[in-house]
Design a protein around this ligand. Sequence first.
Ligand code: ADP
Length: 400
Amino acid sequence: MNNNFILVLNCGSSSLKFSLINPKNGATLLSGLAERLLSEQAIIKIKYNGEKEQHLIPVPFDHQSAVLCLVEHLKQLHLIDCITAIGHRVVHGGENYCQPTLINDDVKTAIEKLARLAPLHNPANLTGIIAAEAAFPTLKQVAIFDTAFHQTMPEKAYIYGIPYALYKQHGIRRYGFHGTSHYFVAQQAANILNKPLAQCSFISAHLGNGCSIAAIKDGKSVDTSLGMTPLEGVMMGTRSGDIDPGIIFHLINQLNYSVQDVDNMLNKQSGLLGVSGISNDCRTIETAYIEDHNVQAALALEVFCYRIAKAIASFTASLTVLDGIIFTGGIGENSDIIREKILAQLSLLNFTVDDEANLAMRFGKSGLISSEGSRSAWVIATNEEWVIAEQTFQLLNQES
Ligand code: ADP
């Protein structure tokens, strides 16, 4: 078998997503998820050759045990020797890491230091790297940063209107996230247009549990809606997105919220969940809206779509040409209702929807959903794992 597969790892605080990918065409040989790590219910689910299996992860139920379980299965399936390197998704790369990076001790120290900007993500990413190094001591490990694609944003897009010293001394600026996804769908849209990405300008909307919009000019990110943390910008599943910062002082000073309460409310109890009072899951809210005519569900969808449309419209200020809008992420790829509502708000930008095409675009199908005469709007299924595999492979080929 081809021994040029890349093992892609995406490590969360209690989960580890993995896939074994052919970097040349994105084909996935094996994929899966270890979840509920650090609990006695830790399990690993593996999909290979159309078959799914599931196993308990042994003591101490941690990321290291999960990686060892994965190694055991890769050995049993005779897949261990086809892995040529490991690509890690790392959420925060700060200002210094804007390229795929071979991991060494300095890089690990930097990822650890950047945890001050991404306390929920970078420590988990580092745990995955350390576990993979122990399990695959002879393989090279590469970090692909979620912030990297947005490092081309101009200063005017990333500086907050607060004292400049906070940026210089503490790195408080906008970084943006979901960069790998925005890059992938922009490249796919450029392929559809049969033009080099460097000659294309798009606005991409990655709408999943986390949501972000990016303005891409001549193939480069020039603005994006997520900021220093993944809380800024449009409304998300449980995150508020932009609010008046004065609300925070009001909650603390007048309503006796603690800082932790505010953090919890804005990150975990807001967004679609907070407004609907039903769920953070778009499918559940759509069902409540359509079948039960639930008023709060309708409101949550209206606010969600309006805020996204406003962000898209505002990003036209960063562009001189707009080749089209791209929808991606679990909601962007599947919800015809959300896409229709967003595009309806953008008629001034000459968007009209082809209802039939819009309805047909779901479950990983990609294609045009705008009608004839409209500016283009596409649904493009994202594939961050392929980008990580491809960039890992390219970096190692440059090095050798
Ligand atoms: P994450 O940001 O965790 O990767 P995903 O990109 O998987 O999230 O997106 C999850 C969101 O996609 C959920 O809100 C889910 O309800 C929504 N979603 C998935 N399938 C559909 C569908 N058929 N219709 C509407 N929303 C969907």
